[in-house]
Every structure is written in C-alpha cells, then in structure tokens.
Design a protein around this ligand. Structure first.
Ligand SMILES: Nc1ncnc2c1ncn2[C@@H]1O[C@H](COP(=O)(O)OP(=O)(O)OP(=O)(O)O)[C@@H](O)[C@H]1O
Ligand SMILES: [Mg+2]
Length: 482
C-alpha cells in the first residue's frame, strides 16, 4: 500500500479518533491556549495552519497529515522554547514527532518518516519547501512564482521543480514573512515589494499580490557557501590565467574599473574577487543595496542603503552613501551596483583621489556600458551637457570588464576593454582581451578569452606599482601561445 493510500485511510481514522477525543476531554486545549498567549512563541503560532476538511486528492491528504502533525507538534512544544537554538529544538521536535506517530498509529517506512520529519522541521525552523535548496551546495537561485511554480538554477541551468510546491498562496506568504519579519521589514498590500537578506547573506526579493498577478513571488540569490575565488573562475573557464593576472595587476595598480554584464551574469562575484586584490592597509568603503560583498582586508567599512519607512521617510540612497563616503577619507570606494544618479558621484570620486575604485553596471557590451553610465549620470539631474558627462566618464573609467551568461548557462568574461579618451564627441576604447567562440558542442559554448595583441595604455601605471607583466600576456611576441 502506498504512503498516500495509507495516509488517506489513516486520515479517516484520525479524524474520527479526534472527534471522540474532543468529546471526551477538553484538556489538549489548555497547552494550546498557553502557547497562543505567549509572545515569545508567536512565530510558532503563525505556523499553525487550519485546514477545514480532509481533501480527497492524495496530495491534499499528504498536506493534511503534515499539517495535522505540525499543528499538534507546535501545540505541544514548550511555548518558551528558544527557536534560535536550532539543534535543541530539532531534538525536542524529533522526540515529540516519534511520540505522536505512535499515538496516532501512523506507520511509515524509514524514508517516509525522515522525509515528513524534514519537511515539518523545515516549516517550523526553516523556510518550508525551499529550505532544501538553501542548504544545497550547487543551487544558485530559487524562484517561486506563486505556490505551484518553483524554479531553481542549479549548476548554471534553470529548471522547473514540479515536485516542490507550496500548499497555497498563504503558505508562500508565511515563508516570505518569516524571512522579512526578523529584519524589521514588512510586506502587505500597502507595501507589496521587499528586498531583504537571509542570515547567511542570500539576497531575497519578494513581491506579492496585487502587484504580482501569479501569486506571492519570491526570488532568492543563494549565497555561495564557499566563496568563489579567481582560481574557481579559471577552472570554470570564465577567464584565462593570463586575463586573471592582468585583472589582478590593474586592481593593485589602482586602475578604475567597471564590471558590466546582464542580470545574474556574475558581476557581483567578479567585483568581490577583484576587490580581494586590493592591498591590505588601504581604507576601503563598500556601498551596496544589500551587502553581498565580502572583503577580508582589515580596513573595510561596509555601508548599506535603506529603503524609506512606512511613512515614506528615512530613505538613505546609494547616492547619499557615496557622497557621505567621500568625507570618510576612503582610499577606494567599491559600489555594489550603480543604477542611477550615484554614477555621477562615483565618477567624480574616481577622478578626485580615489583611484582604484570599482563598481558594476547593467549592460551587455562595453559600448552599452558607456551609454548606460551616461544615462545614469543624467539621472543625477545636474543638467550637465552630455559632452561634459562623456568627458567625466572617459577620464574616470579606465577599464570595462564585460561579463556574460552564455546560452549554456556558464558565465564568461567576454571582453576587457580600456578607455582611451575622446575623439570628437565619442569615447574611444580598445579591447585588450576578447572572447572568441569557436563552436558549440553538445550545447556547450567552446571558445577562449584571447588577448587582442594590443598593449594597454595603463602598463606604465602597472609598472609604477612594481608589477611586471610579461608582454606574452597580451599576445605580444608569442603568436604560437595565443
Ligand atoms: N564565473 C562564474 N561561473 C559560474 N557561476 C557563477 C560565476 N560567477 C557567478 N556565478 C554564480 O552566478 C550567480 C549570479 O552571480 P552574481 O550575483 O555575481 O551575478 P550578478 O551579475 O551580480 O547578478 P545581479 O544582476 O542579479 O546583481 C550566483 O549564483 C553565482 O554564484
Ligand atoms: Mg549583483
């Protein structure tokens, strides 16, 4: 007999049994009432789900069984229990769970029992159906488009997971609440969008109805458990050792760089790796919407912007932070992403003694990156002529490192371009490295980031920093090696 058949039978028995129990004594009501009144445990109470009638569908029967056990467990858990002590609570839940299964006469196989237990623990202590992905090594993104459409990006590939569903919209909402409430944020009809960060650093965005038409929508960029290093990027074919050595040199030589790319192309990851090459002893200020950068240097100040509060006040924008950081005597400013007027302040900072500053921008080619920067500077509302903005860009930015998410899901650096200056009204650029695709094998993109043979203008600056790069890195004097 399958688990669901057994559950269905058990369900009928259980509800009959519960009716009799309820008639016989009202005693179980007592701990419930106590638990409800305890503010310490209000989080547990939120999890108690009321399902009215046992459904005939098998999936609903399983959910009913889970809900029933979960509710009973919560009712019997000590209301003053400290849910932050995960291991202790897990142990207590395990004991109660075993007892309940015996009391209810539910017979499950070892694996069924474990699965149900894991799901219940994930509901009580974690993030429900998506908990499993948050702890997984190779999941990069989790996307919940309403209760029954869950997508994940695993190993660079996006795929739907029909086996993972939420019970209903309320269930998704409860999980969203669980994420945002501890951060003092709220999400409801009047403020239906929220950006947040999980304790492990994963970046979360939630949008709920009436804005999201297909139900509460959750997007989580899962924080990589092991920080991604330049060695990883080389191993994964994102760039070559030569390009990596060059990028390391430009960071150490205080060259200003913009990492550009499409959404999820790996901009923040590369920015983090590049920032790790900033020598110790420099005062670094990082500015982000949701702190994703992780620098190991000793002298780092991390600033995070803040959205307006419910009354629409108290907003601290990235731009405010960039302006403020200039009064904090930074050697370098690293802005997680430029999306608007802050770009102008960032360019000014790069031009005025904060060389070696870095940021990322959303754009698909190095040329696009320049026009994007231009548009973002216009957003500062300073009424500057376009030519003046272009001059700022051309003197502030030295390099655009262009990253892309390829059709096979891999991320690659597709261009490293140096800004040369202005010719008339146009900013001129030279590509120092360019990705050349040579084929597509079994859906995999084949190619290599090759030097173009041009010697970068910043070589003197690199040499002044005491770094000697062999000309062969740029494909000069070593044609065979290219
Ligand atoms: N070179 C790489 N190879 C494989 N995976 C990568 C690489 N770089 C980043 N990733 C993974 O890709 C995902 C997106 O990375 P990241 O957050 O750096 O992108 P992003 O361009 O900053 O995205 P967004 O536009 O949303 O800010 C992450 O899960 C990250 O672990
Ligand atoms: Mg990013």
């Amino acid at each position: 007999m399958s688990l669901l058949e057994r559950i269905n039978r058990k369900q009928e028995k259980t509800s009959a049994k519960e009716d009799t129990k309820a008639k016989q004594k009202k005693a179980p009501e007592k701990p419930k009432a106590a638990a409800e009144s305890s503010p310490a445990n209000s989080r547990l109470q939120d999890l108690r789900v009321k399902r009215s009638s046992p459904s005939s569908a098998s999936r609903d029967a399983y959910i009913d069984l889970k809900t029933n056990i979960q509710n009973r467990l919560i009712a019997e858990l000590d209301p003053s229990i400290d849910v932050s002590k995960t291991a202790d609570v897990r142990g207590t839940i395990q004991e109660l769970y075993e007892t309940l299964l015996v009391e209810e006469g539910i017979v499950l196989t070892r694996s069924e029992k474990k699965r149900l237990f894991d799901q219940i623990v994930a509901e009580i202590l974690g993030y429900g159906p998506i908990e499993q992905f948050l702890t997984s090594e190779d999941v990069g993104e989790i996307m919940v488009n309403g209760p029954s459409h869950v997508f994940i990006e695993q190993g660079g590939k996006l795929a739907r997971r029909p086996d993972v569903t939420f019970e209903d919209n309320d269930h998704v909402l409860r999980i969203i609440d669980r994420i945002v409430a501890p951060l003092g944020r709220r999400i409801d009809e009047s403020s239906p969008m929220v950006d947040a960060r999980l304790q492990d650093g994963s970046r979360v965005n939630a949008v709920i109805p009436p804005i999201a038409l297909n139900g509460p929508t959750l997007t989580i960029r899962v924080f990589s458990k092991k920080p991604i290093t330049m060695e990883n990027l080389i191993e994964w074919g994102t760039l070559t050792p030569e390009a990596a050595e060059f990028l390391k040199a430009i960071v150490q030589a205080k060259v200003n760089a913009v990492v550009a790319g499409g959404t999820g192309s790996g901009k923040t990851t590369l920015l983090n790796i590049l920032s790790s090459f900033i020598p110790d002893g420099e005062r670094i200020i990082t500015i982000e919407n949701a702190a994703e950068l992780q620098l190991n240097q000793e002298h780092v100040i991390t600033l995070e912007s803040r959205p307006p509060n419910v009354e629409g006040r108290g907003e601290i924008s990235i731009r405010d932070l960039v302006i403020n950081s200039l009064r904090m005597r930074p050697d370098r400013i690293v802005v997680g992403e430029c999306r608007g007027g802050e770009s102008l302040d960032m360019l000014q900072a790069m031009n005025t003694g904060h060389e070696g500053s870095m940021t990322t921008a959303h754009a698909n080619t190095p040329r696009d990156t320049l026009s994007r920067l231009e548009t973002m500077c216009l957003m500062a509302g300073m009424d500057l002529p376009v030519r003046a903005i272009r001059e700022q860009i051309s003197s502030a930015v030295d390099f655009v490192v262009q990253q892309a998410r390829m059709r096979d899901g891999t991320r690659k650096v597709i261009s490293i371009s140096e800004i040369q200056g202005m010719e008339g009204d146009v900013i001129t650029m030279s590509e120092i490295f360019r990705f050349e695709q040579t084929g597509l094998e079994n859906g995999r993109v084949i190619g290599r980031l090759r030097p173009t043979g041009l010697r970068p203008k910043c070589m003197n600056q690199i040499a002044e920093a005491g770094i000697m790069l062999p000309p062969s890195i740029f494909g000069i004097g070593s044609k065979g090696k290219r």
